[in-house]
Design a protein around this ligand. Structure first.
Ligand code: SF4
Length: 439
C-alpha cells in the first residue's frame, strides 16, 4: 500500500484542504471561542474528523493537539468522562499490559469465537456502499482478527475470499439471503431494526440500485427498494425463537447475533433475545447511520445508547444471565474513548460503522443519498466514484485507526489500573457526568 496510492485518495486530499482552512482561521481562535467549522457537525466535529484522519494515516493517537476523544454535542458520551486517579501512577499500573480481547460466545454450546479487540464492523449493505468499501472493511477485519457485516444487500462474490471475517446479515427485506451465504458465515446477524431509523425499515433510493445491486438483491435496476418493518413472520419471542432455530439448523457453526434498536422496554427485548437462543445481543441506539438516515429519525426515535446500555446490563444481571450472553452496542460511537465508556457502562464491546468511513475520508457532509452518492467514493454505487477507494488503501486506513484505538484503550486501562477490557465492563464507578461532577 504505497504512499502514492494513499495520496490519490480523495479523503486525504479533503483532509489537507480542511487542515489549511482550519489553520487559516487560527488567528481568531482563543481559548473560549470556537471558529466556525469548515466541515462536520457538533457530534463529528472538525477536530474529531481531522484527528481520525490523522490516526488512520499514522496508526497512533494524534500528535497535532486536536481533540480526538469527544465532540461538542453537549450531551451523551461528550459529557461523560473517566475518573482517572490523580497523582503518580503505581509501578504495577505502568507495567500493566491490558488484555483487550473479547469472547463472542459465552454459552456452553456453540462456536468458540474470540477477537483480539473489543470491536467489529457494522453492516453497510451492497447498495448503500460500493464493493471497494466492502472489500476494504473485510480486508481490515481479517488483518485485525475481527469481523465486518454484509448489511442487508446480499453477499457479493469478491467478499468470499474473506468469509471467515464476514458476518452475514439477515434483515427484513431478505435481500440477497441465500443458503450459501448463511453456511459460510462465522456469525449470522438477524437485523430487526436499526437505531438510526427504528420502525421505518430500510430504504435504498433508485439512483443507487445499479444493475449489479439489483442483481444481488433480485430486484429491478433503478427502482427504489424498501425493507419492511418488522419481519412479517415475527411478532413474538416464540416467532423469534423459530428464526434463531432456522439459522442454527442451517449453520450450526455460527454464532447468532440479534440486532435491535432501543425502545424504552429494550431490557425486556434483550431478555427475550437471550431466551430465544442468541449468543450476541446487539443494541443499536440513535445517532448512528450514514447520511441516508433522516436526521429527524436519528435524533428523536431510538433511546440514546448511553441510556440503553446500563438499563440492559442491569436487567441481564437481575435475570442471572449476564455472563451467558454478549452485549454489543452501536449508534454514534465514534472514538476509542466512546468505546471504553460504553464498556464501562455495561457493554462487552462495540460495533463500529461511521468511524471506518471517516478513516477512509468521510467528511460527514450528508450527501450519501444525493445524486450519484458520496463524492468521495464511499456511500455510492456509481462505477466511476467507487474507484476513488482502493480497497487495500482503505483497509490500511481502517487498520491504522484501530491500532491507534488499541494504544488508547491500553492507556485508559493503565490509568484506571484495570487489567483488561473485560474487567472494565459495568464499572460505572469509574465514570462521571459533567452535569453532576460537583455533586
Ligand atoms: S456522502 Fe456520506 S459517506 Fe460520503 S463524505 Fe458525505 S457523509 Fe460521508
Amino acid at each position: 500500500m504505497s504512499e502514492s496510492r494513499a495520496s490519490r485518495a480523495a479523503g486525504l486530499t479533503m483532509a489537507r484542504h480542511i487542515d489549511h482552512m482550519r489553520h487559516g482561521l487560527s488567528h481568531v481562535a482563543t481559548r473560549d471561542y470556537h471558529p466556525p467549522s469548515a466541515v462536520g457537525n457538533l457530534r463529528w466535529t472538525e477536530d474529531l474528523l481531522l484527528s481520525t484522519y490523522e490516526q488512520a494515516a499514522t496508526g497512533r493517537p494524534p500528535l497535532s493537539g486536536r481533540e480526538y476523544r469527544v465532540g461538542r454535542s453537549g450531551g451523551g458520551f461528550d459529557k461523560i468522562h473517566f475518573l482517572f486517579p490523580r497523582g503518580t501512577r503505581s509501578p504495577d499500573a505502568s507495567n500493566l499490559e491490558p488484555d483487550l480481547s473479547l469472547i463472542l460466545n459465552r454459552r456452553e454450546t456453540g462456536p468458540d469465537i474470540r477477537m483480539p479487540l473489543p470491536v467489529y464492523g457494522g453492516g453497510f449493505s451492497f447498495g448503500s456502499v460500493g464493493i471497494n468499501v466492502m472489500l476494504a472493511r473485510a480486508m481490515a477485519a481479517r488483518h485485525l482478527g475481527s469481523f465486518t457485516s454484509t448489511g442487508e444487500g446480499g453477499y457479493p462474490t469478491p467478499l468470499r475470499a474473506y468469509e471467515e471475517s464476514v458476518i452475514t446479515q439477515i434483515a427484513t427485506g431478505l435481500f440477497g439471503v441465500h443458503e450459501e451465504n448463511l453456511i459460510c458465515a462465522p456469525i449470522l446477524e438477524i437485523k430487526y431494526a436499526q437505531g438510526a431509523k427504528p420502525g421505518l425499515g430500510g430504504h435504498l433510493l433508485g439512483n443507487k440500485v445499479t444493475a449489479d445491486v439489483a442483481g444481488m438483491r433480485g430486484s429491478v435496476p433503478w427502482v427504489s427498494l424498501f425493507s419492511p418493518f418488522p419481519f412479517h413472520s415475527v411478532y413474538s419471542v416464540e416467532d423469534h425463537r423459530k428464526h434463531v432455530d432456522w439459522l442454527r439448523t442451517v449453520n450450526p457453526r455460527a454464532a447468532i447475533s440479534v440486532k435491535v434498536s432501543t425502545p424504552t422496554d429494550v431490557d425486556m427485548v434483550a431478555v427475550g433475545i437471550y431466551h430465544a437462543g442468541a449468543h450476541i445481543i446487539h443494541l443499536d441506539g440513535g445517532y448512528g447511520g450514514t447520511g441516508a438516515a433522516p436526521e429527524i429519525a436519528k435524533k428523536n426515535i431510538a433511546m440514546p445508547i448511553e441510556y440503553a446500555i446500563p438499563k440492559v446490563h442491569r436487567t441481564l444481571i437481575e435475570e442471572g444471565i449476564r455472563d451467558e450472553v454478549v452485549l454489543m452496542v452501536s449508534g454514534g460511537i465514534r472514538t476509542a474513548f466512546d468505546v471504553a465508556k460504553a464498556i464501562a457502562m455495561g457493554a462487552d464491546g462495540c460495533v463500529i460503522g461511521s468511524s471506518e468511513l471517516v478513516a477512509m475520508g468521510c467528511t460527514q457532509c450528508k450527501n450519501c443519498e444525493t445524486g450519484r452518492g458520496c463524492p468521495f467514493g464511499l456511500t455510492t454505487t456509481d462505477p466511476e466514484l467507487i474507484r476513488l477507494i482502493d480497497p487495500e488503501w482503505g483497509a490500511e486506513r481502517i487498520v491504522n485507526m484501530y491500532s491507534s484505538w488499541q494504544i488508547q484503550w491500553r492507556e485508559i486501562l493503565r490509568r484506571l489500573e484495570v487489567p483488561s477490557i473485560a474487567a472494565l465492563r459495568g464499572r460505572t464507578d469509574l465514570l462521571c457526568h459533567e452535569d453532576f461532577e460537583r455533586e
